[in-house]
Ligand binder design. Structure first.
Ligand code: NAP
Length: 324
């Protein structure tokens, strides 16, 4: 099959022939219609975010497509089923192996290609704002990077849950898109200080900046607030005002999806099941839609990553192995 391979010396991305993977017990082989690009792929390309042991070294943490073959001990799925899936690696390819517990049906009202934009954001957002932070109707959620893949999905889900949503963005174009998606408060972080604007008013924060925003995030939290940190775009080591944390009875939580166990408590299987039960109906109702910045041929993986890394992209960039 054709897959994108990273040149270890130059870090260039090249389309090459590689062996087609074989599904092991509990896995299926998916013929890929589209693969989502995630910011973590850019780190993995630079050697900074290796896949978990035993997982394909090919980039790509989510795909959509058609089940081509079942490995041993898989039930509930058949060859020909149209699916999208969370994977720990191997997505930038014509075929990918997927643990059957991480398969989702293509949601009603979404094309098979566009459904590749959903698994990673849906699993990350739901596991954090609902399963970790227990966001309640009427509470206020602050999402940093409202125009990101994660942010555009989080705005829609939180609005569907009945929350007030604040976001930070770096441009007027992204501000306008976030308002259209339902954001109530939009703060351009290049012009305004979110901590001063929101001081003491935020119940849950979904943070991608880490160290740089730690102190501002704690200032923004209301009594009983929950700060969930899922990214470290602003560094890994910050200063935590413990007095403020104790005084406001707040929680600081760090999580990731990729390195969780496949099954059991706190597993990816649990998250995928919750997403299917709770988020897929919101998509079927039209309350949540995939937000897609571009659909590119697989051979243009490098251009796709550049686009995601630019200020121009809102939502997800997809790679299509079968594009002409
Ligand atoms: N822990 C996990 O399980 C997990 C899972 C998925 C994703 N993540 C993390 O979540 C983040 C988003 O992922 P993604 O794939 O959705 O990325 P993405 O689409 O590439 O978005 C990154 C965003 O960061 C924003 N940003 C940059 N500087 C900022 C600042 N100072 N303040 C606020 N926003 C800023 C950019 O917005 P502007 O252009 O407006 O600046 C951009 O929208 C990444 O850090 C990723 O590693 C974590």
């Amino acid at each position: 099959m054709r897959a994108i391979v990273v040149d270890e010396t130059t870090q260039d991305l090249r389309l090459e022939d590689v062996p087609t993977p074989t599904p092991s017990s509990g896995e299926v082989l998916v013929r890929v219609a589209a693969a989502g690009i995630n910011r973590a792929d850019l780190l993995q390309r630079r050697g900074l975010y290796p896949p978990p042991p035993g997982v394909s070294t090919v980039l790509g943490m989510e795909v959509s497509g058609t089940i081509e073959a079942l490995g041993p001990a898989v039930s509930g799925w058949r060859p020909g089923d149209e699916v999208c899936a969370l994977i720990a690696g191997g997505g930038y390819a014509q075929y990918a192996v997927v643990p059957a517990t991480q398969l989702l049906p293509v949601p009603d009202g979404v094309s098979i290609v566009d459904s590749a934009a959903l698994p990673e954001v849906a699993c990350t957002v739901w596991s954090n704002i609902e399963m970790e932070a227990r966001l309640q109707p009427g509470e206020t959620l602050l999402v940093h990077g409202g125009g990101s893949g994660i942010g555009t999905h989080a705005i829609q889900v939180a609005k569907a849950l009945g929350a007030t949503v604040a976001v930070t963005v770096g441009s007027e174009a992204k501000a306008a898109r976030c308002r259209k998606l339902g954001a109530d408060i939009v703060i351009n972080y290049r012009e305004q200080d979110f901590a001063a604007q929101l001081a003491g008013r935020v119940d849950v924060i979904l943070d991608i900046m880490g160290a740089k925003y730690l102190s501002g995030n704690v200032s923004a939290l209301a009594i009983g607030g929950r700060l969930v940190i899922i990214g470290m775009q602003g560094g890994t080591e910050g200063t935590l005002n413990i007095g403020a944390l104790i005084g406001k009875r707040c929680k600081v939580i760090g999580t990731n999806v990729r390195n969780r166990p496949l099954t059991g408590p706190g597993s990816k299987a649990q998250i995928v099941t919750a997403v299917r039960n709770r988020v897929w109906p919101l998509i079927a109702e039209g309350l949540v839609q995939p937000v897609i910045s571009a659909r590119l041929p697989l051979a243009e993986a490098a251009q796709g990553q550049d686009l995601l890394n630019s200020a121009d992209s809102v939502g997800k960039v997809l790679l299509l192995p079968e594009a002409p």
